[in-house]
Design a protein around this ligand. Structure first.
Ligand code: SAM
Length: 345
């Protein structure tokens, strides 16, 4: 300890709010996962309830229950009015299992992989520059090819995360002149569903690993879109791409280093006819690569799971230009999400 600092009229130059925000945020996710496991949110969705009512329903003591509720309230997931706790619109849309855009399976996966979200795991990822998921050092998608259950949990997690933005980006492009969208690494098919709902003439194909296509067919059936949206079990790196006039990549580029993204963009350029369009959907960094906070945190997530990182808009534009696309546009679409799009001349 510097003894000088204790003398005279020394004060820190700034207060410690920021440091407390950052350090205390470590408790938010575990608390949210506990609330999710306790099924606190569906209980509040039935009707606003007092602490005493919740205590009786959940059989938990007042002190811990109040602590959980107040942390949720401080983050805007719960509101408190006249002594009753209720869900905010954000919690209703994204935290209830019954909501179409539910992050419930996302929370389930975070719970199941909670050893990843630790000091040891982040340290190992930072020091080794190798993903740590599933025991570390593996390509998670190769693991998914062999472990159907892990592929299913991952795909369900991605579905909840994708439904909201998938309902929005198709409003930002005129797809009336396009006929067939190839949703490369399409996962659950959330984005094909979003596009097909917005553009009723459009057909789509979800291209992904065989185990993932099985899950996609379940979601497509639920959406009543099996006639217009098909699946294709294929390897996006090696297999020839079927005919389509729109190539769509959501959260594919952020899984890979830029040189591999360029390879994908070039494969699309070769496969599309002139006039064909590429769309890349990602959560983008701003140009300084500092904000928004979720994009910066997501890049640490990518260290833990993949070889990738989040991009800035200009980085995606440059990749598409390098692959030969023209008329590049960047459009913010929903929350932190954006698309980059270009046309084959
Ligand atoms: C981060 S997820 C994105 C899923 C979906 N596009 C979305 O935004 O919801 C990455 C997807 O790429 C798929 N994928 C990874 N390697 C692949 C490959 N070689 N061929 C086809 N799909 C692949 C994964 O199975 C997974 O569904």
């Amino acid at each position: 300890m510097g003894s000088d600092s204790l003398e005279g009229s020394w004060r820190p130059r700034v207060d410690d709010r920021l440091v407390n925000e950052v350090l205390m945020s470590a408790l938010t996710l575990p608390t949210l996962l506990v609330a999710h496991e306790l099924k606190l949110f569906p209980l509040l969705a039935e009707r606003p309830r007092t602490l005493e009512e919740l205590r009786q329903e959940l059989n938990i003591e007042r002190r811990p229950l109040r602590a959980v509720l107040r942390l949720c309230a401080s983050r805007g997931l719960v509101s408190i009015q006249d002594g009753r706790y209720a869900l905010t619109p954000e919690a209703e849309e994204y935290l209830l299992e019954s909501s179409p855009a539910s992050y419930s399976d996302y929370l389930n996966l975070l719970k199941a992989t909670s050893p990843l979200l630790t000091f040891e795991s982040v340290k190992a990822a930072v020091l080794s520059n190798a993903p740590q998921a599933y025991g570390g050092g593996t390509d998670i998608f190769k693991t998914h090819e062999e472990q159907a259950e892990q592929a299913r949990s991952f795909t369900r997690m991605m579905h909840g995360h994708s439904v909201g933005p998938a309902s929005a980006w198709p409003d930002h492009l005129d797809l009336s002149g396009h006929h067939h969208m190839l949703d490369i690494g399409g996962g659950s098919g959330a984005h094909s569903i979003g596009a097909a709902r917005r553009w009723p003439h459009l057909r789509a194909t979800v291209l992904d690993l065989p185990t993932v296509c099985d899950v996609a067919r379940e979601y497509l059936t639920q959406a009543g879109l099996r006639e217009r949206v098909g699946t294709l079990a294929a390897d996006m790196w090696q297999d020839s791409l079927p005919k389509a006039d729109l190539h769509f990549y959501s959260e594919i580029f952020h899984d890979w280093p830029p040189e591999k993204c360029l390879l994908l963009a070039r494969r699309s350029f070769e496969s599309l006819e002139p006039g064909g369009r590429i769309v890349v959907h990602e959560m983008l960094y701003d140009e300084e690569k500092q904000l928004p906070y979720p994009a910066a945190a997501y890049t640490v997530g990518m260290l833990l799971w993949t070889e990738g990182q989040q991009f800035t808009g200009p980085e995606l534009s440059a990749l598409l230009t390098q692959a030969g696309f023209v008329d590049i546009e960047l459009k913010p679409t929903f929350g932190y999400w954006s698309i980059a799009t270009g046309r084959k001349p």
